[in-house]
Design a protein around this ligand. Structure first.
Ligand code: UD1
Length: 430
């Protein structure tokens, strides 16, 4: 298994190109199941999760062609995928695959909508809490799907096809919104989703569906009105920039000090996180072509935040903010309201010398003068990148084990950081 070795202490200076958003690319790839025509996606990030989903989609019969290699220096533009689901040959998504990536469960809605039947494994356990799928099933049942659970699989059918309905989600769920939105695109009549997730990635999927011929009102709001169509057309769509990657690098710069342009990052997708960074004393400015993050000399101020659905502070940046606050001049409080058990990074940050107390859903972080490098273990995607941030500021050498978690969601992380002066290196398992 690969490891990452970091020697901390240096500032970050330069430009970091932001990749296409993993959390938009995944549902956009799944949207290819909705049409027999070609869906072209540009700016697809090269990530382990994307590759795994492609394998799952190929199983269903999706044909993929990827545009040739780009010229040097343009690799940050991501890849262009041409996906064609002319015939869906298999409506089963097996446990071996779905259990490895939760988002693959979202094939359920499109498969029932197009094929009127699907058998999709329940996603199973997950490092950051139980993460049920009741809301997904509630939404799809409202659209007319008959659903049984049998031996770990969701068996769904809709012999007469799905029909539009009004769905009020009792809780905001990104995945359930995607699943129902994708299904509603091929349902008969109007579907209204109330309390829909407003994450920019949901808006990106809705924009793509509009290009495929679906009428959707309320994109970007918590009420989505979808006029389903019998048949969707192909389209060309560019995946939006990854706000979580951008926020992560912004926090890394705040932690180490320095001056970095996050090329392609959009402030509008990160308002609350950027506001939090400003409160720490970091300069954040929207400039042409991206976001500029500067921190020179001044100490970090402590802050208190709680995670919330968009536009609140994203849970996917909680671990990174905690890493940053380990070095603040005072005590910070972070409350995690989205996922139980999303504090696995705390133990590992403590190994580097952080002072963090946990009480239920709340972490109290007392800033320390210095962190010390040590061997640590990546536990999940966002937790592992928080260790990278901490290691960049720690004295001496840190080795991060199990970096396959990082490869799931961060494209060329070492390269992007080392180009800005970080002493970071991947040690490949022989
Ligand atoms: C997505 C993101 C993930 C992010 C999360 C919250 C992708 C690929 N993943 O995950 O990075 O951390 O949104 O922003 O986009 N819930 C239920 N019942 C359900 C579904 C969810 O109770 O049927 C709960 C979850 O346990 C959690 C909360 O709702 O407490 C939010 O989860 P959800 O928004 O669905 O997260 P994901 O879509 O899995």
């Amino acid at each position: 298994m690969d490891r990452i070795k970091i020697v901390g202490g240096g500032k970050l200076t330069g430009t970091i190109p932001i990749s296409g958003a993993k959390n938009a690319a995944l549902p956009l790839l799944i949207a290819s199941l909705l049409t027999a025509d070609r869906l072209t996606l540009k700016n697809v990030p090269n990530l382990a999760d994307v590759n795994l989903l492609v394998r799952i989609l190929r199983n269903h019969g999706v044909d993929l062609a990827v545009d040739g290699k780009r010229a040097d220096g343009a690799s940050h533009l991501g890849e262009t995928f041409h996906l064609t689901a002319r015939d869906i040959v298999d409506t089963t998504a097996p446990y071996e695959m779905v259990s490895r990536m939760r988002a693959s469960f979202w094939v359920l809605g499109p498969l029932i909508a197009r094929m009127r039947q699907a058998k999709v494994s329940l996603p199973g356990g997950c490092a950051i809490g139980t993460r049920p799928v009741d809301l997904h099933l509630q939404g799809l049942k409202a659209l007319g799907a008959e659903i049984d659970i049998d031996r770990g699989y969701v068996l769904a059918k809709a012999p007469k096809g799905l029909r539009g309905a009004r769905i009020i989600f009792p809780k905001v769920s990104v995945g359930a919104t995607h699943n129902v939105l994708l299904a509603a695109a091929l349902a008969k009549g109007e579907t209204v989703i109330e309390n829909a997730a407003r994450e920019p990635e949901v808006g990106d999927v809705a924009d793509c569906l509009v290009k495929m011929g679906v009428r959707i009102d309320g994109i970007g709001t918590s009420t989505l009105r979808i006029q389903g169509k019998d048949r969707l057309e192909g389209a060309v769509h560019t995946v939006l920039p990854d706000r979580i990657e951008a926020g992560t690098f912004a926090m890394a710069v705040a932690a180490t000090g320095g001056d970095v342009l996050l090329q392609g990052a959009r402030g509008i997708d990160l308002t609350t996180a950027l506001e939090a960074l400003r409160q720490t004393g970091t300069d954040v400015t929207e400039v042409e072509g991206g976001l500029r993050i500067v921190r020179n000399g001044n100490g970090l101020l402590p802050i208190s935040i709680e995670t919330q659905p968009f536009p609140g502070f994203p849970t996917d940046l909680q671990a990174q903010l905690m890493a940053l606050m380990t070095r603040a001049q005072g005590t910070s409080v972070i409350r995690e309201t989205i996922f139980e058990n999303r504090f696995m990074h705390v133990q590992e940050l403590a190994r580097l010398g952080a002072d963090i107390q946990l009480h239920g859903d709340t972490a109290t972080i007392k800033g320390v003068k210095a962190l010390q490098g040590a061997p640590v273990m990546a536990t999940d995607l966002r937790a592992s990148v928080s260790l990278v941030i901490a290691a960049l500021t720690a004295d001496g050498e840190t080795t991060i084990n199990r970096v396959y978690h990082l490869d799931r969601g961060f494209e060329r992380l070492e390269e992007k950081l080392s180009r800005c002066g970080a002493n970071i290196e991947r040690i490949s398992a022989s």
